[in-house]
Design a protein around this ligand. Structure first.
Ligand code: SF4
Length: 290
């Protein structure tokens, strides 16, 4: 029987998710950061964190099974309500999990179950051969798509924004202050969803110490916008455009096949994504002061 995180001797719970992940695994780093912020911020409320993913606590975190984490959250909230208990619930998993559990997640959010769902998005089923998920980006090569994925990723936060979420956001471990602020905002606006970009060393094909660099380039070239839907307002972090798609792709073997016209295709993909974000920002602007 695995031990619950809070029962560990030194109670440094966020250190306890090391379970033979690759050195420098960004999902593992993100999981530790989330756990640290949650356990420090909600210490007096006895939070429950569970979940599963290739870089996420593998053997240590409790889990409910593939694609069932959101129905587990709904069941836990219901069971707690019957018993008169109110403890915060946070689930951390990967994009493969939410792809498989999308119906459960959208329904749990639409029905207003109060929990925070954090996804560490490595755009691959990394534990089982790095084949693509619904979150794999345009033209990225995966285990079963040597020519690259033809279409862009599903936009999970935007789906949930219109499915009952009180808070959604994207984040990146390369911008940890932004990530920390978003976790704190999310726990007071439930149900909430945060999607953290977490590159995967073998699936994306970069050196073990380059995870943060790849994450930062994703944000700075615009392919991974940092945005937030909070209190009815949609907003984006203003990130200076310091990198290009070529800079971002150059560090990753999953883009080694790109030709010039495909780089242009990705640039157009980023441009269209930015246009969507700008429209959302205009459409869900803060109310004008009287
Ligand atoms: S395969 Fe990817 S997600 Fe899994 S432990 Fe390694 S870097 Fe992390």
């Amino acid at each position: 029987m695995p031990r619950m995180m809070m029962e560990t001797e030194e109670k440094r719970v966020w250190m306890n998710v090391t379970a033979n992940q690759c050195p420098g695994c960004p999902s593992n780093l993100a999981t530790r950061l989330v756990m640290q912020v949650i356990f420090e911020t909600l210490a007096d409320q006895d939070p429950i964190i569970f979940g599963q993913g290739c870089g996420i606590g593998r053997d240590f975190l409790q889990r409910s099974g593939l694609g069932t984490h959101d129905s587990a959250c709904a069941a836990m909230r219901t069971a707690m309500e019957i018993r008169g208990i109110d403890r915060p619930i946070v689930v951390i998993d990967g994009d493969g999990q939410i792809d498989m559990g999308l119906a459960d997640m959208a329904t749990a959010f639409q029905q207003g179950y109060r929990y925070l769902h954090v996804v560490c998005d490595n755009q691959a089923h990394a534990a089982s051969g790095s084949h693509s998920t619904g979150s794999t980006d345009l033209l990225a090569r995966t285990g079963v798509r040597p020519a690259g994925k033809a279409r862009g990723r599903k936009q999970f936060p935007l789906m949930l924004m219109f499915s009952g979420a009180e808070y959604v956001a994207t984040a990146s471990t390369s911008h940890h202050a932004d990530l920390e602020r978003k976790i704190k905002a999310a726990v007071t606006r439930l149900p909430a969803f945060i999607q953290i970009l977490t590159p995967c060393n073998p699936s994306w094909g970069y050196d073990d110490d380059k995870g943060i660099d790849v994450s930062r380039l994703a944000v700075e070239c615009g392919v991974w916008p940092l945005y937030e839907w909070k209190d009815g307002v949609f907003s984006r972090a203003r990130i200076p455009r310091k990198a290009t798609i070529r800079d971002y792709a150059a560090l990753q073997r999953r883009y080694a096949h790109l030709k010039d016209e495909q780089v242009l295709e990705m640039e157009e993909y980023v441009r269209q994504q930015e246009e969507t974000m700008a429209r959302l920002e205009r459409g869900f602007a803060p109310p004008e002061s009287p």
